[in-house]
Write a protein that binds this ligand. Structure first.
Ligand code: ATP
Ligand code: MG
Length: 723
């Protein structure tokens, strides 16, 4: 070891430093939240580069989100003192998958300009296949089959590999055949779905050992963050790249935390982390125990909560920070979700008055529907916010339409794109014409646009639609030609004008139309940062966590799932009620395992907070348009009293201007939630017993009857909680 350590190593604790400097051989860093796992990975890459062990292009580094990849790259630059050139293989599994597939598309039966379909396209496509099989698409919904396919792909299963039972479960036993038909169709369309971005590389590595060998040589160092949430396909992919011939070691470093595995519902296998030592002989395991992120109260609360899960590896976490000034975790109650949004808004403004930046605050929700109320409230308050990972700009109707024009221009074989816009704006090409083009294309086994081109010279179509089709074909042909010569933003504008799409919204009298036109303008603007239309399309299909306006000071709103790996000074966790959190679906579908995954999600939520953590629950919530009375989440009972206090929430509602909750006793008897209080008193009780009694309460609390809030307009709408 050099006598003087480079700057980037200073400040690391001995275990972290060991993890950074153990560059050779397989290494697992297994450690709790906020212990510096991501920091270790980043520093490790800096170390590999600075010590000349590898070039940036020889490092394969996998992060969980695109945003995390960008941040990591920036940090590495800071650590090595100067921007890092390249790092082409730093990204998510998907983005690395695309890159591999573009390079070797022909080995997967695709051309390198293949399209990546989004969920809507996939569903439309499957629907067509189901109809083509003359199956009832109401009985066998395309959406359901899409998620089955996704599940198989997450497990690395191609059609011939899916279990017999699975294949039987759909479409009168035609599941396998449909899956195969779907894959065939994708190939004809020169397209792939998200799952294929992993499956195709896996297959092509297996079938082409020489290609795999090339990547073995290339990737001298492999690093993976959030390893606990890799699914089987990702694991297979990684194994192929990491497993070297006998006698050769692989420099593989995975970091993760079994307590933060929260994507089981999407096929993640926490077992992958548990069997690391078996998979990679001679693996070293380093544990980090010191938490640098949170106060002792926050850690204490999170630690007590997660201790209710079985089957953990078990980890110690401690912090040196114990400031008597630190606030405990605060639990607040509100009457309903509107009050909750209002109260959190006020809380945020308080912090702001104390000089805190909005960027340091986040609201983490269990379900995305919870976001709207905060958005509404913040718009009213004029408080900046950004939604991370939610319904986004690129998902808006007009944006998706516009992008479909661009897609078809870049990718003439994209039949789904053609179908989406062939009659938008309306040009007299109805379903009948589309079906004719479709049939013609199928019979000739050519893309629909090519079929359309041929059909113009036949009398398959009536004169009017034929003229319309002629126009469409001519336009796309011209745009395709312009693709190589005209700047892409200019071309994009031209496409929207010439196609009549812009005009369609200009003539539209609806209230949304002006906003849509603005969005289209914004779309063109957003293309400026890209070199080509193709590059832009690829970006959009990949960047599902598109951040809006990174520069403004704003509160972040996101789901707990998308908060993984992030940290904020102040975190608000609303909606801690039975049925919402833990989510009823998780309990119904996966029982105890589902509950444990929900608890890990709660653990992830609390441990995002550096200094302040506020948890909220409400007594009434509107779910699917119906008011339901709710019970505080069982997770609240699992927070230790020593680290928690009940916040001073003044709840005024219904114009009465009075507090329903006594400060010392937040729940008056009228609105008693005895489960919460009793469990607080004897918090060491086996929690399950409490559940039993609490669900009993839930039944008693059906409806509000006489104790309900008289005079409230919602009174008539209050309904039973169950069913
Ligand atoms: P998570 O499990 O939530 O992903 P993590 O283990 O990846 O957490 P990091 O995000 O890397 O943890 O680190 C948490 C915080 O602690 C960061 O702000 C990081 O900069 C800081 N930190 C990590 N190690 C040290 C250290 N040795 N000295 C000071 N701060 C540190
Ligand atoms: Mg991390």
């Amino acid at each position: 070891r050099a006598p003087e350590a480079p700057d980037y190593l200073i400040g690391l604790n001995p275990e972290q430093r060991d993890a950074v400097e153990t560059t050779e051989g397989p290494l697992l860093v297994l450690a709790g939240a906020g212990t510096g796992k991501t920091r270790v990975l980043t520093t490790r890459i800096a170390h590999i580069l600075a010590s000349g062990r590898a070039y940036p292009s020889q490092i394969l580094a996998v992060t969980f989100t695109n945003k995390a990849a960008r941040e990591m790259k920036e940090r590495i630059g800071v650590l090595v003192g100067g921007a890092v050139e390249g790092m082409p293989w730093l990204g998510t599994f998907h983005s690395i998958g695309v890159k591999l597939l573009r390079r070797h598309a022909e080995l997967a039966g695709l051309r390198s300009d293949f399209t990546i379909l989004d969920t809507d396209d996939v569903i439309r496509l499957i629907k067509q296949l189901i109809q083509a099989e003359e199956l009832d698409d109401k009985r066998w919904p395309a959406r359901q089959f899409a998620s089955m396919i996704d599940g198989w792909k997450n497990k690395g299963l191609t059609p011939e590999l899916i279990p017999e039972g699975d294949a039987r479960a759909f479409a009168n036993g035609r599941g396998r055949q449909l899956y195969q038909a779907y894959q065939d169709r994708l190939k004809t369309l020169n397209a792939c779905d998200f799952g294929d971005l992993l499956l195709h590389p896996i297959r092509l590595f297996r079938e082409n050992p020489d290609v795999l060998k090339e990547y073995h040589r290339r990737f001298r160092y492999i690093l993976v963050d959030e390893y606990q949430d890799t699914n089987t396909a990702q694991y297979m992919w990684l194994r192929l790249l990491a497993q070297r011939p006998a006698g050769e070691t692989v420099n593989l470093c995975c970091v993760g935390d079994d307590d933060q595995s929260i994507y089981g519902w999407r096929g993640a296998e926490v077992d992958n982390i548990l069997r690391f030592e078996k998979d990679f002989a001679g693996a070293k395991v380093i544990r980090l125990e010191r938490n640098y992120r949170s106060t002792a109260h926050i850690l204490g609360a999170a630690g007590n909560l997660i201790a209710h899960n079985d089957g953990r590896l078990g980890k110690t976490l401690f912090t040196d920070r114990s400031d008597p000034e630190d606030d405990k975790v605060q639990v607040h109650a509100s009457w309903d979700s509107e009050e909750e949004a209002r109260a959190i808004g006020e809380e945020i403004e308080q912090y702001q008055k104390k000089g805190e930046a909005l960027n340091d605050m986040a609201i983490l929700v269990r379900a995305s529907f919870q976001m709207r109320e905060f958005e509404d409230r913040f718009v009213t308050l004029g408080l900046n916010y950004r939604v991370i990972g939610g319904p986004r700009f690129y998902e808006r109707l007009e944006i998706r339409d516009a992008m479909t024009f661009f897609r078809l221009t870049c990718q003439p074989a994209d039949d789904l794109a053609l179908e989406r816009i062939i009659n938008t704006p309306k040009r007299g090409l109805g379903d009948q014409s589309v079906r004719k083009i479709h049939d013609y294309a199928r019979s000739r086994n050519i893309p629909m646009l090519a079929a359309a081109r041929e059909m113009i010279d036949t009398d398959e179509l009536k004169p009017k639609p034929r003229k319309a089709l002629f126009d469409v074909v001519t336009q796309f042909t011209r745009w395709q030609e312009l693709l190589e010569t005209t700047p892409h933003t200019e071309l994009a504008e031209q496409i929207l004008d010439e196609s009549g799409y812009t005009e369609m919204w200009q003539n539209d009298r609806s209230a949304e139309a002006p906003g849509r036109l603005e969005n289209l303008k914004e779309l063109i603007r957003s293309m400026e940062g890209f070199e080509s239309m193709r590059g832009f399309l690829e970006h959009v299909s990949l960047v599902m966590d598109a951040d809006q306006n990174e520069d403004m000071d704003a509160v972040s709103i996101m789901t707990l799932h998308s908060a993984k790996g992030l940290e904020f000074k102040t975190v608000f966790l609303p909606g801690w009620e039975e049925g919402l959190f833990p989510h009823q679906r998780a309990l119904d579908e996966s029982g105890r395992a589902g509950l444990e995954e929900e608890r890990r999600l709660a653990y992830v939520g609390i441990t995002r907070a550096k200094r302040n953590c506020h948890i909220w629950f409400v007594s009434n919530r509107r779910i699917h348009g119906l008011w339901q009375s709710t019970m505080p989440s069982r997770f609240l009972d699992e927070l230790p009293e020593a680290h928690v206090e009940v916040g001073e929430t003044e709840v005024s509602y219904g114009g009465y201007g009075q507090s329903r909750f006594d400060r010392a006793e937040p729940f008056s008897n009228t609105y008693a939630t005895p489960g919460w209080k009793r469990a607080q008193q004897n918090s060491n009780d086996a929690t399950r017993d409490n559940w039993g009694s609490r669900s009993g309460h839930a039944v008693e609390r059906i409806g509000y009857g006489e104790s309900g809030p008289r005079g409230r307009t919602i009174e008539g709408e209050l309904v039973a909680r169950s069913t």
